[in-house]
Design a protein around this ligand. Structure first.
Ligand SMILES: [Zn+2]
Length: 445
């Protein structure tokens, strides 16, 4: 009787181990699919991490080398670089999309946000419509706060590629729906109020956002979750912006950095100078110059923020060139805008300088010209010997920076499951060997 019970018990354990071995791979699969999402409310913070790292990604939409040169000649003079041009790291970036040598903003932003090439018009999905994980979503997995700022509508291609996954950039209804229902972004500033219904805006406030509509509300705001929609669609160009009512790109950037930097776990912030591209499409050198100058001011704010900290990666780049701009010649003098002149005097000087530079355009669309890349605190990523990178590499640089030296929740889950798996296999092996040995002994007897 005792021998029979022992045999039954052995058989039971053998079957149990085989079942465990069979179902183990499905545990692994589940763990790889598991992505912990951070709640919108960040009032409850567990502990501060020493590995906290922040990323500021600044994209001049349509900003080519000549656009930057035009703005520099107007604002700084021909021989004085912008602060961003003095950053230690310079590269050229290729911008082609999966289906075209000339990219649009959707495919370019998808490449930068996800590290994957896709077709023109597609927002953070593959050419086969598979959603692609964005650097903003990865940042949330690492418990970072997140922010998006643009001078276009917040539903426009570049911002949308970081926070939504949509087959077509023209499906604004779906983009705004995903912004409301799926994204857990902390700071979202730009235009596009008309792209949200009244009930969606009410839902945003119910979700804990401080919804603001003008510059004075932005200045006062101190919530860690803010959505600012300052115009019905895109924000006005710098040339016609009411400075009392609508915040500038540099003001929005400073405010976002002030709020996001309160998160001890770090943050991800994307800032887009979105109207440089619109100026390029219109072949309007004045708007290109003024929008690029404002973008450079936002960049200056981000540079001084980054330099006062030791854990901020700053990248300043563009999604593509717009217009095929070339500077031909100039009749510039030495009088440039400066802080000891009045804003009105500086405005007049800028217009005079723009008029004294003649330019040519080759298209009212984008070109496949390489675009600039400036970096701060990225020289340890093995890029020192390169002069050109593809736009997908920008994602890889950010991902490497954020994941360096820290393990996120799902990585930790994988390590535990792998450990459990190895132990399980070992025990099963020992039991099988032991039972075979026992059988042999019993046969000999
Ligand atoms: Zn464009």
């Amino acid at each position: 009787m005792v021998i029979l019970r022992k045999k039954k018990l052995k058989l039971f354990f053998k079957i149990l181990f085989f079942i465990l071995i069979l179902i183990y791979p499905s545990f692994l699969f589940i763990s790889f699919e598991f992505k912990p999402q951070k709640e919108i409310s960040k009032n409850l913070k567990s502990s501060s991490s020493t590995a906290a790292k922040s990323i500021i990604l600044m994209i001049g939409d349509g900003l080519g080398f000549e656009h930057l040169k035009l703005a520099r000649w107007v604002e700084m003079g021909k021989n004085n670089p912008f602060l961003v041009e003095k950053l230690p790291f310079h590269l050229d970036v290729t911008t082609y999309s999966a289906d075209n040598l000339i990219t649009d903003s959707a495919a370019a932003a998808t490449a930068i946000a996800t590290g994957n090439k896709t077709n023109n018009g597609m927002i953070a999905v593959s050419p086969l419509f598979k959603p692609l994980e964005t650097i903003l979503e990865i940042s949330r997995q690492y418990a970072r706060s997140t922010g998006i700022i643009t001078t276009t509508s917040v539903t426009h291609a570049t911002p949308a590629a970081f926070i939504t996954h949509v087959k077509s950039r023209s499906n604004i209804t779906e983009i705004s729906r995903q912004i409301i229902e799926n994204s857990s972004i902390n700071i979202l500033l730009g235009g596009g109020k008309d792209h949200f219904s009244a009930s969606q805006l009410i839902q945003l406030e119910a979700n804990g956002y401080n919804l603001i509509e003008n510059r004075s509300e932005l200045i006062k705001a101190n919530s860690s979750n803010i959505i600012g929609l300052f115009a019905p669609t895109q924000l006005p160009y710098e040339i016609s912006r009411d400075e009392e009512v609508i915040p500038s790109l540099s003001e929005m950037t400073t405010k976002a950095l002030e709020i996001l930097s309160q998160d001890p776990e770090g943050f991800f912030l994307m800032v887009e100078g979105g109207l440089i591209d619109h100026g390029g499409h219109a072949n309007n050198k004045t708007n290109v110059a003024l929008e690029t100058i404002e973008f450079s001011k936002a960049v200056n704010n981000a540079i001084s923020f980054s330099k006062s900290r030791n854990n901020v990666l700053l990248i300043v780049t563009a999604d593509h060139e717009t217009g095929g701009l070339r500077i031909l010649n100039d009749t510039l003098n030495n009088v440039i805008p400066s802080s000891n002149k009045t804003p009105e005097e500086n405005r007049v000087i800028r217009f005079e300088r723009i008029n004294n530079i003649s330019v040519s355009w080759t298209t009212t669309y984008h070109t496949n010209l390489d675009v600039p890349f400036f970096g701060y605190r990225i020289d340890f990523y093995g890029l020192n010997n390169l002069s050109v990178i593809d736009n997908t590499e920008i994602f890889n640089i950010m991902k490497a920076f954020i994941s360096d030296g820290s393990i996120n929740d799902s990585d930790f889950a994988h390590i535990i499951l792998i450990g459990v798996g190895i132990t399980g296999f070992s025990i099963a092996g020992i039991v099988i060997l032991y039972s075979i040995k026992n059988k042999k002994i019993q046969k000999k007897k």
